[in-house]
Write a protein of this length. Structure first.
Length: 491
């Protein structure tokens, strides 16, 4: 930390010599530094030398954004920073969505205060991140992300900015001013700054115009920016799907070529990105765009190779469509079910292959599940809290057809029964398996105890996949199932 501070002061001192005329004017301004002590020269006050962008200031009367629509926690963070003598702006998706008439759930604040300086203003705040350090300020139950204005990474020293051999930024803790921060953001629609000082919106990159034209446009050279962080390719698709925007042709052009760079991203980070892509209410549209720009095979290669099969494609689309519907209805969704659907076509194909080689169906399913899951972990992580339920959903697909005796009652008490039942319906809807079994389970859940017992008795002995009762033990279980009153025996 000390070395970082020294290097910043050194660069600030060197650049201040070349801008002596400007510094004279600056020195005439009143000192707003808090009385708690002198503040070291902040790199956040450096003038960017790379940007020729013209700042557009949208006055209060020319935009629809109101501070009443901004969370009280974000306004509190801005007020504390401003009272301490720092600049503070609402930035990014919060401004964009409010201009589009939306209701953002999160608000980010950008400031010229370093993370260490900002941390002193908020009790319980934490500095997080390695690639780019930010502050999480807790105000009541909300956590506001506070970022320091960024500068160009080439201005930094080795301990502040690092790039891989592919051009990907490994560390980017170089600070700058408001203008340099704007041109360092990814897309123009995300580089809009709202301040409560005058209630203006500051636009350095043409974001207002792109919102009007409904375009996702990369700031700077798209190929260079994608190489700096390949996840930006996924973000371009996600914003286009979420907002209903088009991707500007120059921004879209490098996507096919640079898609393999996603292999360089850590699987844990890609798992988080997949949740944003597919579990935000626009999963089906996002899936289509990912396929269009050839990004999908680098996220789910086993699913991608199965999509020539109409049933696999139908199952994938229907799973995403159902997820979107549940999210828009404020119903619960889980990555376990979505991953189960996306990987199932490959698991099912591998199980059939192993079965044809003479391996019994149940061990074949276990082997297939292990192989496909392990292959997926190379691309996106799957935490155990999701991978275990995913495997259970698959396992129950071979158990749901076996309904004789007490099996149906035991299955319905299983913690994963509802997810497995929904998955069964999904398979029927896609045409993978004949319909009928799903309807039986639907009716079984709707009946009372006596009717359920009768449904189990009526299951054909030659029903699908082992519903036939076998052996004395099963027959005895069925005879002893009811007492004279026709009720289930208590345990």
């Amino acid at each position: 930390m000390f070395n970082t501070l020294i290097s910043r002061i050194k660069r600030w001192h060197d650049k201040s010599k070349s801008a002596e005329g400007d510094s004279t004017a600056e020195s005439s301004r009143p000192d707003t530094t808090p009385s708690r002590g002198p503040r070291p020269p902040s790199p956040g006050r450096k003038k960017s030398k790379r940007s020729n962008n013209t700042r557009t200031v949208v006055p209060r009367g020319d935009h629809c954004l109101s501070r009443r629509d901004v969370s009280r926690a974000a306004l509190t963070v801005m007020k504390r920073l401003q009272e301490a003598g720092f600049e503070a702006y609402i930035v990014g998706g919060g401004v964009r969505d409010l201009l589009l008439g939306g209701h953002p759930k999160d608000f980010d604040v950008a400031t010229d205060a370093t993370p260490e300086q900002a941390k002193q203003l908020f009790r319980g705040a934490r500095i997080v991140g390695r690639r780019f350090r930010i502050l999480h300020a807790r105000i009541g139950r909300e956590v506001i992300e506070v970022t320091t204005f960024r500068g160009h990474h080439s201005d930094g020293e080795a301990h502040e900015a690092q790039q891989s051999e592919h051009g990907m930024l490994l560390r980017d803790n170089v600070y700058g001013d408001l203008e340099s921060d704007a041109v360092r953001r990814d897309f123009t629609v995300n580089a809009l700054y709202y301040t409560t000082n005058g209630f203006e919106i500051h636009d350095y990159t043409g974001g207002i115009q792109d919102i009007e034209q409904r375009l996702i446009r990369m700031i700077g050279d798209p190929e260079t920016r994608y190489k700096e962080d390949p996840v930006r390719m996924l973000r371009a698709v996600r914003f286009a799907a979420k907002l209903g925007f088009d991707i500007e042709p120059g921004t879209a052009a490098p996507l096919h070529k640079l898609a393999p760079l996603l292999r360089n991203i850590a699987p844990a980070r890609l798992f988080d990105e997949v949740l944003k892509l597919l579990m935000s209410g626009n999963g089906e549209r996002t899936f289509e765009l990912l396929r269009e720009y050839e990004l999908w095979p680098h996220l789910f290669p086993d699913n991608a190779r199965m999509l020539d099969n109409p049933e696999a494609l139908a199952l994938t689309r229907q799973a995403l469509r159902n997820t979107d519907t549940r999210i828009r209805s404020d119903q619960r969704v889980t990555p376990a079910f979505l991953y189960a659907a996306l990987l199932w076509p490959a698991v099912n194909s591998e199980q059939k292959f192993l079965t044809e080689k003479g391996i019994p169906p149940v061990p074949a399913l276990a082997q297939a599940a292990q192989k496909i899951t392990s292959a997926q972990l190379v691309h996106t992580a799957i935490p155990k809290r999701f991978s275990m339920p995913m495997r259970e959903i698959w396992d129950m697909q071979s158990r749901l057809p076996r309904r004789g005796g007490e099996r149906a009652f035991r299955l319905m008490e299983h913690p994963r029964f509802r997810a497995a039942y929904d998955f069964l319906l999904l398979r029927e809807d896609s045409g993978e398996i004949p319909s009928g079994l799903g309807q039986w389970w639907t009716e079984f859940q709707q009946q009372d105890e006596e009717q359920r017992l009768q449904m189990v008795r009526d299951v054909p002995r030659n029903g699908p996949r082992g519903s036939k009762s076998r052996g004395r033990r099963n027959r005895g279980g069925r005879r002893n199932r009811t007492n004279k009153g026709g009720e289930r025996p208590s345990n």
